[in-house]
Design a protein around this ligand. Structure first.
Ligand SMILES: Nc1nc2c(ncn2[C@@H]2O[C@H](COP(=O)(O)OP(=O)(O)OP(=O)(O)O)[C@@H](O)[C@H]2O)c(=O)[nH]1
Length: 345
């Protein structure tokens, strides 16, 4: 057995920033390197795992994708993450590199700390924490407060403890990063990207790298091999909760639910219903697959904030059940019953 530790890259970033897209690009350009993926999703439909497995066996073998779907990886470190890592390490041919995709709602800090568990620390080190940022959403102010609204809230109730859960999570994910990928720059003008980069540089930890990207297309040599050993450096990467001396954090600010829609007779009508829903409710993320009647492929549906897109990602296999399932994520208070009723038409 080699004494060298296996490098692990943690890919984090808010809902829909482009983590799965980046990993897909990485696998397609890994040039034979044996990479195992650990994927954590909120909700019980493994959309990200399915997208990656859909890349084809030569890029991503099914046995190299491990899905953790029992809630958020940052809260289930001991029960899920550590045993999963141990299993990967006990394989006859352990991976050469491990890539971990956190859910868009996860804090990376508890996960990175888990690399200090003795049974992991002796065999694995964090190569880098990569935080993917949705440049378009950031430019639209989705991670910041509307200052006037906050001032009005405070004026109405000065005792109000103001916390924007999205902004806080975004900052925690930034603060832990070795590399920040400013993704989706295709949706911005050059001067907007430059302005965002300049603004972000003022907010990130010294030494963290900021790189612009489109569809996560980064040079694999830059992405892997950072060798940060972030697990030894957590005092420089504290989350808001840690800075405030809290051990626990929770996801009470967000709700996630999934639902089955049955066979879809008309693709366009379904997409219109989803568009209307997104306009009417504060849905942060919606994703899933649909079985459109008469279509040979499964329809992948992706919505991030106001942007919706869909395409047939691969043919249905003869041995699988054709079903339509979506997961919806939003802030607490989302009207689940109304959304379900509307989605089901
Ligand atoms: N225009 C544009 N779209 C992108 C880019 N990167 C990703 N997307 C799209 O953004 C949507 C979300 O991408 P994902 O890679 O699934 O994002 P994610 O961070 O894995 O999402 P969660 O795991 O749900 O948090 C998909 O529709 C992607 O095709 C990009 O650089 N430009």
């Amino acid at each position: 057995m080699s004494l060298q530790k296996i490098p692990a890259t943690v890919i984090t970033g808010f809902l829909g920033a482009g983590k799965t897209t980046l990993i897909r690009h990485l696998l397609q350009n890994a040039k034979g390197r044996r990479i195992a993926l650990v994927i954590n999703e909120f909700g019980d439909i493994g959309v990200d795992g399915e997208i990656l497995k859909g890349c084809g066996d030569e890029v991503c073998r099914e046995e190299d994708v491990v899905e953790l779907a029992n809630g958020c990886i940052c809260c289930t470190v001991a029960d899920d993450f550590v045993p999963t890592m141990k299993k990967l390490l006990e394989r006859d041919h352990p991976p050469e590199h491990i890539v971990i995709e956190t859910s868009g709602l996860a804090l990376p800090q508890p996960l990175v700390r888990a690399f200090n568990w003795p049974e992991i620390k002796s065999r694995v080190t964090v190569d880098g924490v990569v935080t993917v940022v949705d440049a378009k959403a950031l430019s639209e102010g989705r991670f910041a407060d509307d200052e006037e609204a906050v001032a009005a809230q405070r004026a109405a109730d000065p005792n109000l403890d103001h916390e924007n859960p999205i902004e806080e999570l975004f900052e925690d994910q930034l603060n832990c990063a070795d590399m920040i990928v400013l993704n989706k720059t295709d949706l911005l003008q050059t001067h907007e990207t430059e302005k965002l980069s300049g603004d972000l540089k003022g907010q990130i930890r010294k030494g963290a790298k900021l790189v612009p990207a489109q569809h996560g297309a980064l040079d694999v040599a830059a992405l892997l091999g950072i060798a940060s050993a972030a697990e030894d450096d957590m005092h420089n990467r504290l989350s808001h909760h840690e800075m405030e001396g809290e051990v626990q954090h929770d996801h009470d600010d967000f709700v996630t639910f999934s639902m089955s829609l049955g066979p879809i007779a008309d693709r366009e009508k379904l997409l219109k219903r989803i568009e209307d829903l997104i306009a009417e409710h504060d849905i942060l993320r919606l994703k899933g697959f649909a079985a459109v009647e008469g279509a040979a492929g499964r329809l992948l549906i992706q919505a991030v904030g106001p942007r919706l897109n869909s395409y047939f990602d691969r043919p249905w296999r003869a041995d699988e059940k054709r079903s339509s399932e979506v997961v919806v994520i939003g802030l607490k208070g989302l009207d689940r019953a109304a959304i379900e009723a509307r989605l089901k038409g």
